[in-house]
Design a protein around this ligand. Structure first.
Ligand SMILES: *[C@@H]1O[C@H](CO)[C@@H](O)[C@H](O)[C@H]1NC(C)=O
Ligand SMILES: *[C@@H]1O[C@H](CO)[C@@H](O)[C@H](O)[C@H]1NC(C)=O
Ligand SMILES: *[C@@H]1O[C@H](CO)[C@@H](O)[C@H](O)[C@H]1NC(C)=O
Length: 273
């Protein structure tokens, strides 16, 4: 019994050809995504609980000759029934809107025809976290983009300086933050921090630093995996003055949407075969 080698070789060649075809297709899809029709300025926004958050979505702007005459916008949240918001035929169509979003969402019709389909989500709650899809269907083409909204609570601290002690207070933080004091050379200083958590799970921060050098500038960093507040507090005489800025994490725990769509395509090709 001799196994027909040529059969083995033939099937191997077939496999190689198939896999090359798949790789070429995946590459083509990846590169055709370089200038997508629908884009977002922030794929991983971090919303401050209780405040309003803009989910940005932009599509191909109408240029001179190819003016958009018709557009429909659908905002959905993955894993949730109904729409977050739906706009078509020149106005909102909220018949299938999920009740969670009732009265909390809006588009900006005055900039819509210029390619701006951003959604304003009011009074963000922790269960608003998730992946949102903005789908555009217009006379000038269409497409979709995914946006992963994360929710956090963050506030800038206020500072008090008295009796040689500097104290910083920030009353709304979530998830649980860590707190670090530094001098102007970024050396970590031994501050004392206490965190208290309220019934809603939101942390309140009080941190003190002692001794204090008059005319020194101190840095206080309050942060978690989503957002960090950097404050610089300067002691002048008996007073303290400060400024704060926030840094938001752009890293995501989820697979980016373009990668997902390529994977889905590859799986789809396998099923077609
Ligand atoms: C889209 O419109 C909203 C609301 O007017 C605005 O805040 C946002 O900056 C606009 N985005 C772009 C990219 O123009
Ligand atoms: C205060 O200043 C002195 C002298 O410049 C320095 O040795 C000391 O480390 C400073 N302390 C703090 C907390 O910055
Ligand atoms: C501290 O603040 C008070 C009141 O705001 C002001 O009158 C005083 O001049 C300040 N002192 C210094 C050293 O800046």
């Amino acid at each position: 019994y001799a196994f027909p080698v040529f059969l083995l070789v033939r099937s191997m060649i077939t496999l190689i050809v198939l896999f090359s075809a798949i790789i070429i297709l995946v590459l083509a899809l990846t590169f055709s995504n370089v200038a997508p029709e629908v884009t977002t300025h922030d794929m991983f926004p971090v919303a401050n609980l209780g405040t309003d958050q803009l989910l940005t979505c932009n599509f191909h702007e109408s240029s001179g000759e190819s003016k958009i005459t018709r557009v429909s916008v659908t905002w959905e949240k993955i894993g949730m029934k109904g729409f977050v918001y739906h706009y078509s035929d020149g106005g909102p169509d909220l018949r299938n809107q999920n009740p969670e979003f009732q009265g909390r969402t809006q588009l900006f019709p005055n900039v819509l025809m210029a390619g701006n389909a951003s959604l304003l989500l009011r009074n963000v709650r922790s269960d608003d976290a998730g992946v949102y899809t903005c789908s555009i269907d217009s006379s000038d083409g269409g497409g979709k983009v995914n946006i992963q909204l994360r929710t956090a609570a963050y506030t800038a601290p206020t500072f008090i300086f008295s009796n040689d002690i500097m104290a910083a207070m920030a009353n709304r933080w979530f998830p649980k933050p860590t707190v670090t004091w530094m001098d102007h050379d970024q050396n970590v200083l031994p501050g004392r921090t206490s965190l208290t958590v309220n019934s809603a799970g939101i942390f309140s921060v009080v941190s003190t630093l002692q001794p204090i050098n008059v005319s020194e500038t101190y840095t206080l960093r309050i942060g978690n995996e989503l957002v960090t507040a950097i404050s610089r507090a300067k002691i002048t005489g008996l007073n303290v003055s400060w400024s704060t800025y926030f840094i938001f994490s752009t890293a995501s725990s989820q697979v980016p949407s373009t990668y997902l769509s390529v994977m889905t395509t590859v799986l789809g090709i396998f099923f077609l075969m």
